[in-house]
Design a protein around this ligand. Structure first.
Ligand SMILES: [Zn+2]
Length: 148
């Protein structure tokens, strides 16, 4: 048996989980009135805390938080922006083609068919690599999202 009183933290630990305290401390607590009373007080307090009702808000926290969040752009808004983007791009391509349609034949007149096909093949290869790169980036992002 320990002659000095057991520390406050050991008494609290004894009140919460008696098995976690050293056997000498348990022997002292069981024989010392002062330490046993302190342990009983802590057991009473811990019991009251366990039995206390869980804290809850008297208002709807979810709706208050949702009101604070910024509104996301709707799908129709995003698709209209995308449509306007493609209309602008098409105008940038179609209008010059219409204006210079008589000169287009002259543009490719002196160029051999091999050069034209080589340019088309190079453009196609670049396009394929860009699409593959976009797909790989998309896959990486999806992997990150699925991991977390
Ligand atoms: Zn004691």
């Amino acid at each position: 048996m320990i002659n000095e009183h057991v520390s406050e933290s050991d008494i609290q630990l004894y009140a919460w989980t008696p098995d976690a305290v050293a056997k000498t401390a348990i022997a002292h607590i069981e024989q010392c009135d002062h330490c046993r009373n302190a342990a009983l007080s802590y057991q009473f307090i811990f019991g009251e805390i366990k039995d206390a009702p869980k804290p809850s808000f008297n208002f709807d926290l979810g709706s208050l938080v949702l009101q604070q969040l910024p509104l996301k752009k709707s799908a129709s808004e995003r698709s209209s922006i995308l449509i306007w983007f493609w209309i602008c791009i098409s105008l940038l391509v179609v209008v010059p083609l219409y204006i210079f349609q008589s000169d287009l034949a002259v543009l490719f007149k002196g160029v051999s068919i091999f050069v034209i096909y080589s340019l088309a093949a190079a453009a196609l290869i670049i396009l394929i690599f860009r699409i593959l790169e976009i797909y790989r980036r998309y896959q990486r992002k999806m992997d990150i999202l699925n991991f977390s």
